[in-house]
Design a protein around this ligand. Structure first.
Ligand code: PLP
Ligand code: COI
Length: 341
């Protein structure tokens, strides 16, 4: 694949797609330890046909973004949280986590090396950062690899859900993305593989994503295919699902704090798919999704419309402005949330 040149890009037309940029960060785990990592221009892996990642899905990843500030500098948003979550995900799949301090330094290094690809402030676009850890060593029986690759590529992106702050429609699925007691809390590729068929069906039916229900009862909202869910009740509560089989979203934990700051009562709790009337507004939240209003959810053929199918609600808009303001450095957030590259 040809390398992308910065002159190839139209910042306002970026989708959520891969561009082969000049540099990525790579480190190898071998003989029981992480060897020093470095930047490389090689965007391909050469791994064993028997690697644990390919056969048994021994693989975890992360997703975060770099934001161009109005002063031309570049911010990361809570990269320490991605570092910590990746270690937890790795533990779940019996992989050696990449040390958290090295993770943050590696993210800074790879963003700085590709810094001309961090989109200009005001375009709404960002540089998406994708850390990956794979079991590269050969195995035949089901057990952990003895060699691993940690890699971080970056790619400039626009909105994940088409329309950005325009509400979109969602639909529940009869499928689950993760089991109770399974790997839902870990950011592992297998959860996303499981979501592709339901996701494609939902898209074909005109929905922007799937709402997964809890795998035991199929009654309570879990999360969306690629973001967490929130609803704001008529009596001023910001609610988001509590479940052992969903991703502990960094955007969610940030918004739980920002909602309190905005005077809402923020809570992780059980949210029944049959209790959507309590909500005035609803949205999707995540690194890729940022905050995307949920216009409606269709369940068993019944469509529930939240605030509006065409306009973002005022509380969702205010939370969006606050979050994005902190990320792009036009507003000051809680201590330590923003890290300079
Ligand atoms: N849930 C799923 C399934 C996701 O893929 C993501 C995206 O990372 C999220 C939630 C949101 O997590 P975060 O806010 O850490 O990006
Ligand atoms: C993210 O928000 O970083 C995600 O991982 C969502 C999706 C693109 C997998």
């Amino acid at each position: 694949m040809a390398k992308t040149r910065v002159t190839d890009l139209d910042w306002s037309e970026l989708g959520f797609a891969y561009h082969d940029l000049p540099f990525r960060y790579r480190a190898v785990y071998r003989n029981g330890q992480w060897e020093p990592g470095e930047l490389t221009t090689d965007s391909d892996f050469h791994i064993s046909e028997a690697s644990a990642a390919l056969h048994y899905g021994q693989q975890v990843f992360e997703g975060l973004k770099a934001y161009r500030r109005p002063d031309g500098g570049v911010n990361l948003f809570r990269p320490d949280q991605n570092a910590a979550r990746m270690v937890r995900s790795a533990d779940r799949l019996r992989m050696p986590g990449y040390p958290e301090d090295l993770f943050v330094k590696a993210v800074q290094e790879v963003v700085a090396a590709n810094q001309e690809f961090v989109p200009p402030y005001g375009t709404g676009a960002t540089l998406y950062i994708r850390p990956l850890l794979i079991g590269s060593g050969a195995v035949v029986g089901v057990h952990p690899a003895d060699e691993y690759i940690f890699n971080i590529y970056v790619t400039p992106v626009g909105a994940y859900y088409k329309g950005g702050l325009t509400p979109t429609a969602y639909v529940t699925s009869e499928y689950d993305r993760a089991a109770h007691g399974g790997t839902g809390q870990a950011k592992v590729g297998g959860n996303y593989a499981a979501s592709m068929l339901p996701g494609e069906r939902a898209h074909a039916d005109g929905y922007s994503d799937v709402v997964y229900l809890d795998p035991r009862l199929h009654e309570n909202i879990e999360e969306l295919g690629s973001a967490n869910f929130f609803g704001i009740t008529k009596d001023g509560r910001f609610l988001t699902p509590k479940s052992p089989s969903i991703l502990p979203s960094i955007t969610k934990y940030s918004l739980l704090e920002l909602a309190e700051e905005a005077g809402l009562k923020a809570e992780e709790t059980t949210i029944s798919i049959y209790d959507l009337d309590q909500f005035e507004e609803a949205g999707a939240m995540g690194t890729a999704a940022v905050i995307s209003p949920v216009g409606s959810i269709t369940h068993n053929g019944n469509k529930h419309v939240f605030y509006s199918e065409t306009a973002v609600g005022p509380q969702t808009q205010a939370l969006y402005n606050r979050l994005v303001g902190i990320q792009f450095g036009t507003e000051t957030g809680p201590d330590g949330w923003v890290v300079d590259v």
